[in-house]
Ligand binder design. Structure first.
Ligand SMILES: *[C@@H]1O[C@H](CO)[C@@H](O)[C@H](O)[C@H]1NC(C)=O
Ligand SMILES: *[C@@H]1O[C@H](CO)[C@@H](O)[C@H](O)[C@H]1NC(C)=O
Length: 535
């Protein structure tokens, strides 16, 4: 009886919270994008700054906030920012990739209107076109829980953004020219932490206190391993999902992924290394930042702590330990485990296989033999204005065909409100990392060898992690489940940036025949128009 009463009052409280959310706050940002000098590897280079900052400013928001970001492009080239992991519900127009949004011409501006609807967690933004990502223009995004929604750990003493990535000493325009000429890039020249050269990124802590570090790999291709000398990291969140909290002395962060860890300053008062190094390659680049205890007068010395190098099995085993805390709240007060993804029947299986080959004597990369070439008009705009001849839905098969690689503007159709399985298959000898815009998915399984339907027997249908970027190990597969509850044109891409640039991507067109504001917003009134949509 009293339990029922409590249940009712809880529901009343929850609906009150939702009512309040209808009037979510607006946060306004003016961003000026310019070139400027940067020194991530200690040598001066031309980078892309936002409001003179490199990396760009953090976006700090709360679930359901509206973010109004006016981006002024002062570069000499068109520019576009995308929001990795921000789902843009009903609103792929604001996604900021060339398939959905027209680039901002030099000297002009565009105001993105995003809502971090029903999300929490750690993400990043980045420039999505013209290989600008190799020059910077990225920054952290935090979506905090609303007050009253429980977070499964005590508030940390401070919250740090840690953007790590591999880096080239070569200017981004030169890198782009190499790719445009059909050549491959050499291995990156080094690694940075927050765009700083070695030991320049300093995080100050006080003995006895616990800190949150939001780590995103904003690099171009490499998995990076991070470790805090003599300290453990307690993993608490992955791309918007609270995890089963576990301690790690070293963590693999694949390119494009984001993790939150808690680190307690429980050691002797001095300075410690934060080491970040490349994985799965004979060449290992390492850089270091500093965990500085307040009052310390012992600088770091000696070699930074070593980490794993080429081991794959170690990484796979670690990946399997990353699971959802079913009883913790996510963006809503109800527990993350209340959505029983393992009990929903699948309506479709999509199998995606990457490949590398030469097409017309130029290096290209593909998914299911289709190497993506951009159309002359953003696909979403062509769809919206019903402009014929820009793309064909179903111009990419939903399983590997074994055909020779060919160029096309790959768009795959999918039905709104279906529940599907995607299997990423990797027969190559590198680690792949895949990202899907507009969604999180449940990572139900990954293993070595070839995928077949029987592998479903080993899926985690209970507490798989829900995230938006997932790795696929060499000669291995990774399977995800997802609910197609977000209408729009969504980019599916490798996070290996040269491969993305040379065709390893496509768009998933999540479609409903009825056009309704309930399912999808109208084109924003300030949308830039380009290509055949400009008429
Ligand atoms: C450009 O900025 C001005 C304010 O300076 C704003 O009124 C206008 O809407 C912006 N343009 C676009 C396309 O968002
Ligand atoms: C899971 O979340 C609950 C909060 O509901 C928290 O009390 C518990 O410590 C968490 N467990 C782990 C292993 O992270």
């Amino acid at each position: 009886m009293s339990q029922n009463y409590c249940l009712l009052s809880c529901i009343a409280l929850i609906s009150l919270l939702y009512f309040a959310a209808a009037d979510s706050p607006y946060r306004f940002f003016d961003w000026h994008v310019t070139y400027g000098h940067v020194y991530p590897l200690g040598v001066r280079q031309r980078g892309i700054l936002i409001n003179k900052q490199f990396p760009g400013p953090d976006i700090i928001s709360v679930t359901n906030d509206n973010l109004i970001i006016n981006v002024f492009n002062h570069l000499d080239e068109p520019f576009l920012i995308s929001w990795d992991g921000i789902q843009q519900r009903k609103n792929s127009f604001e996604d900021g990739v060339y398939g959905t949004t027209c680039p901002i011409p030099p000297g002009q501006n565009f105001t993105y209107k995003l809502q971090v609807k029903d999300q929490i967690g750690s993400y990043f933004y980045f420039p999505s076109t013209a290989f600008h990502k190799a020059a910077g223009g990225f920054g952290g995004i935090r979506v905090l829980s609303r007050p009253l929604i429980p977070v499964p750990f005590p508030p940390p003493a401070d919250d740090f953004t840690v953007l790590i990535g591999d880096w080239y000493k070569t200017n981004h325009k030169k890198l782009k020219t190499i790719l445009d000429n059909g050549k491959r890039l050499h291995f990156p020249d080094g690694v940075h932490i927050n765009g700083r050269r070695a030991n320049d990124a300093v995080f100050t802590v006080e003995k006895g206190k616990t800190y949150r570090f939001r780590i995103s790999n904003v690099g171009l291709q490499n998995t990076l391993n991070i470790r805090f000398q003599d300290h453990k990291m307690k993993l608490v969140e992955v791309e918007g999902t609270h995890t089963m909290q576990q301690l790690y002395s070293s963590l693999d962060i694949h390119v494009g992924q984001s993790y939150s860890v808690l680190v307690t300053a429980d050691q002797e008062v001095k300075d410690y290394y934060i080491a970040v190094s490349t994985r799965f390659n004979d060449v290992i680049h390492t850089t270091t930042g500093i965990l500085h205890y307040q009052g310390s007068n012992h600088a770091v010395s000696g070699p930074p702590p070593g980490g794993p190098t080429t081991e794959i099995g170690w990484s796979l085993a670690q990946a399997r330990t990353i699971r959802t805390n079913l009883t913790a709240s996510g963006p809503r007060p109800n527990p993350q485990g209340s959505y029983h993804y393992g009990e929903i029947p699948l309506s479709r299986t999509i199998r995606l296989m990457s490949s590398a080959a030469q097409v017309n004597e130029k290096q290209r990369y593909a998914v299911n033999s289709v190497s993506f070439v951009p159309a002359d008009t953003p696909l979403k705009l062509a769809d919206y204005f019903n402009i014929q001849g820009v793309f064909r839905a179903d111009s990419i098969p939903d399983h590997p065909t074994g055909k020779k690689m060919y160029l096309d503007t790959g768009v795959m159709g999918a039905d709104y409100r279906t529940f599907i399985e995607i299997v990423f298959e990797n027969k190559e000898n590198i680690v792949q990392t895949w990202h899907l815009d507009g969604y999180n998915f449940f990572v139900v399984g990954m293993d070595g060898g070839k995928w077949s339907a029987e592998k479903r027997g080993q899926y985690n249908l209970h507490d798989a992690i829900s995230r938006c970027t997932v790795q696929v190990y060499p000669r291995s597969w990774t399977a995800v489940y997802l609910s197609l509850d977000n209408v729009g044109m969504w980019n599916v891409r490798t996070q290996f940036w040269a491969r993305q640039y040379l065709g390893e991507q496509f768009y998933l067109r999540v479609y409903t025949p009825t056009r309704s504001l309930r399912d999808e917003y109208q084109i924003p009134d300030n949308a830039l128009l380009c290509g055949r949509a400009s008429k």
